[in-house]
Design a protein around this ligand. Structure first.
Ligand code: PMP
Length: 390
């Protein structure tokens, strides 16, 4: 039976991890995989997370099953952070815990596919490479609109809006909530307002992918676009990840919310989410969500988490500024937010940087800014600037 399967190429970023690991050169620079790194290149467990794990170790009395919706307290405690105090707890919001942001996106796509046979979803070009397989796996038709031009380092807003004007009522529009992956580009206030107005006017359903809240401009600021879209539109979905802002990557911590037109419609949508979830993963993994809940239940751990999140964000912002100052070709980095920048390197330049200079990045020219340090940034700029395609 398995002879019917065709060979698959190795995942580009995983291949990069192995190449970097096996590179003996001392000054090698890893800008590949999208994880936060500190000045020593490490991704340590947050102190707030360690403290919560201690508490769980001492107090957790059972590992028996929860339910398909996971840790309900975790979902409730995230609501004010994401949706703001006014919307938190609203009967028009129905949330469930999911295995990471990826699980939330897949569950959203499955819900859309069940609600609307032949459903279509719009994604920007470029977007996180996993979006297409996640949505296609649920049977959605994927349409693309222009989003970002790496050579000018600008959002192609006019072209994006023109494309979305041709969307049909009921189409889903994927929007990165903050710190766009792979570009770091963010809509300004006016653009965000215009997008919200278009979605509302044309009856489009935003699916907001909020995977980096707090790592861009701040927790409140990074929720701004999501809140605006939810306020403008009757129906929306929000897929959330705690894997970056709590440094919990491998614990797979996420949640999906649906905003329905009424409380009843929301309840029905949430019940359907649970039926779908039971057929895919039955119940989400507990440990990471329990950690987040334990933190959010305790003001002293919330304060510690905020301080650690601020430190991560400040380090990324400092590196962005330094990169922008170091060469005019990198000026865009200061306008953008979050861990990623998409630089106009040809595939040959990406290979040359890796082979000649020990600088590792994704094949499309995406760099993880957090992989830079005060020490290696100049070496990166010297090697990279002459190879930019501008
Ligand atoms: N959305 C985007 C834009 C991402 O970059 C990522 C992680 N790389 C995710 C969702 C998924 O996050 P998680 O690891 O929680 O599944």
């Amino acid at each position: 039976m398995f002879s019917g399967l065709s060979p698959q190429p190795a995942d580009g970023l995983l291949r990069l991890i192995v190449l970097h690991r096996d590179d003996p050169r001392p000054g090698k620079i890893d800008l590949g995989v999208g994880i936060y790194r500190d000045d020593d290149g490490a991704t340590p467990v947050l102190k707030a997370v360690k403290a919560a794990e201690h508490i769980l170790l001492e107090t957790q009395e059972s590992k028996s099953y929860l339910g398909a919706d996971g840790d309900v307290g975790f979902v409730q405690l995230l609501e004010p952070i994401i949706f703001g105090a006014e919307m938190a707890g609203s009967s028009r919001l129905g949330g469930v815990q999911t295995p990471g942001g990826t699980g939330a996106l897949r569950l959203a796509a499955e819900l859309v596919a069940q609600s609307r046979p032949g459903a279509r979803i719009w994604t920007g070009t470029p977007t996180w490479p996993n979006h297409a397989p996640i949505f296609a796996g649920a049977g959605l038709e994927i349409l693309t609109h222009p989003f970002f031009d790496a050579e000018t380092q600008r959002i192609e807003f006019g072209a994006m809006m023109n494309a979305l004007e041709s969307a049909e009522p009921g189409d889903v529009v994927l929007v990165h909530g903050s710190s766009h992956n792979p570009t770091g580009a963010e809509l300004d206030e006016g653009q965000a307002e215009a997008l919200a107005e278009l979605c509302a006017r044309r009856g489009l359903v935003p699916l907001i992918d909020l995977a980096y809240q707090g790592l861009g401009r701040g927790l409140e600021e990074d929720a701004g676009l999501a809140r605006r879209l939810l306020a403008a539109c009757d129906e929306a979905l929000l897929a959330y990840s705690c894997d970056k802002n709590f440094g919990l990557y491998r614990e797979r911590v996420g949640a999906l919310w649906v905003q329905g037109q009424t409380a009843d419609a929301t309840q029905i949508a949430r019940d359907n989410m649970l039926v779908v979830a039971r057929g895919i993963w039955s119940m989400p993994p507990d440990h990471g969500a329990a950690i987040v809940r334990v933190i959010l239940e305790r003001p002293e751990l919330v304060a510690l988490w905020h301080a650690e999140l601020d430190e991560m964000r400040d380090r990324i912002s400092r590196l962005r500024e330094k990169l922008a100052e170091s060469h005019p070709l990198f000026a865009g980095a200061a306008r953008q937010t979050g861990m990623f920048a998409l630089l106009p390197f040809s595939p040959e330049a990406v290979t040359e940087l890796r082979e000649m200079h020990g600088i590792y990045m994704a094949g499309n020219g995406r760099i993880n800014i957090a992989g830079l340090t005060e020490e290696n940034i100049e070496r990166f700029v010297e090697a990279a600037a002459p190879l930019l395609r501008v």
